[in-house]
Ligand binder design. Structure first.
Ligand SMILES: NC(=O)c1ccc[n+]([C@@H]2O[C@H](COP(=O)([O-])OP(=O)(O)OC[C@H]3O[C@@H](n4cnc5c(N)ncnc54)[C@H](OP(=O)(O)O)[C@@H]3O)[C@@H](O)[C@H]2O)c1
Length: 247
């Protein structure tokens, strides 16, 4: 039995991809209630039908502060917050045009996550500390060609994760950063690399939460890239030049 047995969790972006895999893994780990956040709650119908009242749909766009506030007022029993919602536009940084993609990625990936943390930190504190899981990316550590603005937003998520870890230590909240390589989801469809199933990410992350591990590289590709990057960051940066696209 894991510490997640009997827990109550909230997963953002739970209707598909890695978020849906988190809901399923939490069910398997024995969570008693999982609030599944989605911009369109009807997209959660199949999940709710499959798991009955253990999965509770919640209308939640993380970029809408009023929805985030309402969720934090209503979902006062959560101990695990999984900040999974994210977007990737796979655009470069320098190409002519506006900065719309870069702003949208920051708005969802960084500010949306920050909205969630600010609203739910007091809830977690009231419930004894609990855990926050943030979906960053292996490209939090380096900029991937073809995904420059996404990489920047995920670097911001990495920094936020380190920052809130320090701020929330006193209230006993475990803060977990997750740094996946290419994962087989709708987002991952744009990436022409070998991909890991989302269920493996969810399983590795829940094991980390159970063990109190703060940094998770949940797939072979992220583990290998992490090793290569830290062995020689500049050589790795040069090696990436000329390649394209990774989430
Ligand atoms: N796939 C990869 O290769 C990969 C690698 C590293 C990290 N990640 C990260 O892992 C997380 C999940 O990615 P994924 O691959 O599962 O992506 P995905 O298949 O594209 O799913 C993204 C999820 O986020 C939701 N979402 C987007 N904007 C939202 C908002 N403003 N408010 C609430 N929900 C929102 C989407 O909801 P809708 O259905 O309403 O659009 C969807 O449920 C993301 O943070 C992503 O950056 C992914």
């Amino acid at each position: 039995m894991t510490k997640l047995n009997g827990t109550t969790a909230l997963v953002t972006g739970a209707n598909r991809g890695i978020g849906k895999a988190f809901v399923e893994a939490l069910i398997e780990a024995g969570a008693s209630r999982i609030y599944a956040g989605a911009r369109k709650p009807e997209t959660l119908d199949a999940l709710v039908a499959a798991h009955g009242d253990r999965v509770v749909p919640v209308t939640l766009d993380v970029t809408r502060p009023e929805q985030v506030r309402t969720a934090a007022e209503e979902l006062t029993d959560i101990s695990v917050l999984i900040n999974n919602a994210g977007i990737a536009r796979f655009e470069g940084l320098v190409a002519p045009g506006d900065s719309e993609a870069a702003r949208a990625e920051m708005e969802t990936n960084y500010f949306g996550l920050l909205n969630m943390v600010q609203a739910f930190a007091p809830v977690l504190k009231a419930n004894g500390g609990g855990a926050i899981v943030n979906l960053a990316s292996i490209v939090s550590h380096f900029s991937f060609p073809g995904a420059g603005s996404y990489s920047a937003s995920k670097a911001a998520v990495h920094s936020l994760t380190q920052g809130i870890r320090g701020e929330l230590r006193a209230q006993g909240t475990l803060v977990v950063g997750v740094y996946p390589g290419p994962i087989d989801t709708d987002m991952g469809a744009a990436i022409e690399m070998e991909k890991t199933p989302p269920s493996e990410v969810a399983k590795a992350v829940l094991a980390a939460v159970d063990a109190g591990t703060e940094d998770v590289y949940p797939d072979l590709m992220s583990q290998e890239m992490h090793r290569s990057y830290w062995a020689d960051p500049k050589a790795f940066e040069l090696h990436l030049t000329g390649t394209s696209s990774a989430a």
